[in-house]
Ligand binder design. Structure first.
Ligand SMILES: Cc1cc2nc3c(=O)[nH]c(=O)nc-3n(C[C@H](O)[C@H](O)[C@H](O)COP(=O)(O)OP(=O)(O)OC[C@H]3O[C@@H](n4cnc5c(N)ncnc54)[C@H](O)[C@@H]3O)c2cc1C
Length: 437
């Protein structure tokens, strides 16, 4: 096991608000001995769990191997924002696949939210699901961009939003920072760890064999793939790799060819003490999840128990920025001066799997190994879709999966720790643009 991301303090030792607000229960045993299955899934985040559920529903026997604990990666740490569309926007789909496939990709991003809600409803997952999403812009230039983007998205793809500028923005958010805001109800938010643990229990209920503390260190490819862990092995007809940024860490030899196609970017969240409900209702009247349109973006929302969960900052090295809690608190107070004196009780972080063009990276290695990665900070909803698409592909219908598999992806130069100075400089440039635009 390499030191890299696992040795990084980006994930922070302190418990996240999410971990502090769930009871994980005893968990699942590690894999010991030999197991035969139709499909082996590597990774117990949303993508792996959704794939396992969808595969099981199609009648396959499924074993899921998680290196750590279920949803200990990005899935149990994220902002909980279930967002329509892609981090890349529609650009890569329109430019590289054409209008028809771009339209299909957009429609699938809508279906992603339906699939997510389908899981929540079907399995009765209590995960504080809320509809409503607010896009905001913190300068006149970015306001023009936001308005143009929203108009374009409505004209081409039919997404309707309630747009406000100037003083009217206060209808949506009580902050001095924003010049424009756009509210829509297709997207929304949830408690990601409650959702993820609900998925894991649902998978188990359907008969998926789940194993925790079972890093897959080797994958023997061929007509009958074999996955190896320290104490066991799984013989499968087909394999789904859903290990995200941690796959090269836990199993550097498993699929080294896909590792350079994503870059791990550290991002952080603080959680305040519970706030008076009437204050929350004043600050974000419709309880939307909020996100600005900066390259290095702020994203925030209220939890069900009225804490502000405020995310932002990124690290393109694996090091947590110094004074992180204070830096994030200051940014939160810029957005909401009314929160000047509230206590910040939680701070945590995690790695987002960014692809070069920010579009998801789904594909195959040979004929019987599939991979899902590159959600680029938009994985809460898209992983539900990804699980469905890969299950369809395993079952022989890869039409929808192949819309994504056809998208060309480039490799990042340098290793996963982004030692390449040119790239770090590129990111610095984007942050500078956020300030001057
Ligand atoms: C701080 C933060 C905030 C975010 N906010 C949002 C948001 O608001 N909205 C949004 O849409 N997205 C957000 N994201 C992104 C989102 O969380 C991810 O896109 C999504 O969770 C990815 O799911 P996954 O299953 O692919 O990966 P993960 O959840 O990382 O799961 C991968 C799992 O695979 C396991 N694994 C890796 N290698 C192996 C191996 N060799 N053997 C066995 N197991 C292995 C890991 O331990 C891990 O549990 C955020 C991410 C972070 C970190």
């Amino acid at each position: 096991m390499s030191g890299g991301l696992l040795a990084s303090d980006t994930r922070l030792n302190q418990q996240s608000y999410y971990e502090a607000s769930v009871d994980r229960g005893p968990g699942w045993a590690l894999l010991a001995g030999k197991l035969q299955t139709d499909v082996a899934v590597v990774g117990g985040g949303f993508a792996g769990l959704c794939a396992a559920i969808e595969l099981r529903q199609r009648g396959y026997s499924v074993a899921l191997l998680e290196a750590d604990r279920v949803c200990s990666g990005a899935s149990g740490r994220n902002g909980g924002q279930a967002i329509v569309g892609y981090a890349s926007g529609q650009g890569p789909f329109e430019n590289q696949l054409g209008e028809a496939d771009a339209r299909r990709a957009w429609d699938m991003s809508l279906q992603a939210i339906q699939v997510l809600d389908g899981h929540i409803n079907r399995f009765g997952i209590a995960c504080d699901r809320v509809n409503g999403y607010l896009y905001v812009a913190d300068s006149p230039g970015k306001a023009r961009t936001l308005l143009a983007d929203m108009e374009d998205t409505e004209r081409r793809y039919g997404l309707k939003a309630d747009v406000a500028t100037g003083a009217d923005v206060a209808r949506h958010i009580d902050s001095p920072l924003y010049h424009a805001a756009a509210y829509e109800t297709t997207s929304g938010h949830l408690h990601p760890l409650k959702y993820g643990l609900g998925l894991a229990r649902a998978a188990q209920g359907l008969g998926v064999k789940l194993f925790e503390q079972s890093p897959v260190t080797a994958l023997q490819r061929g007509p009958k793939p074999v996955l190896r862990t320290a104490q066991g092995e799984v013989h499968a007809a087909q394999v789904v790799l859903a290990g995200n940024c941690m796959l090269p860490e836990f199993g550097p030899q498993v699929a080294p060819e896909i590792a350079p196609r994503i870059m791990p970017v550290g991002t952080y969240i603080i959680g305040t003490e519970p706030l008076p409900p009437e204050l929350c209702a004043r600050l974000i009247p419709r309880n939307a999840a909020v996100c600005d349109n900066n390259f290095v973006l702020d994203y925030f929302r209220f939890s069900a128990d009225h804490r502000l969960l405020f995310g932002g900052r990124v690290s393109y090295t694996t090091q947590t920025p110094k004074n992180l809690k204070e830096i994030m608190r200051q940014r939160m107070v810029q957005v909401f001066p009314a929160l000047q004196n509230v206590n910040v009780e939680f701070v945590w972080g995690g790695f987002v799997d960014i692809s070069m063009n920010r579009a998801p990276d789904f594909g195959r290695l040979g004929t019987n190994v599939y991979y899902l990665q590159g959600f680029s900070g938009h994985g809460v909803a898209l992983t539900a879709l990804a699980g469905q698409l890969v299950a369809e592909a395993v079952a022989g219908d890869s039409q929808r999966f192949d819309v994504f598999a056809r998208l060309p992806h480039r490799q990042f130069p340098g290793g996963p720790l982004l030692r390449t100075p040119s790239l770090a400089l590129g990111m610095l440039w984007h942050r500078l643009m956020d300030v001057v635009r």
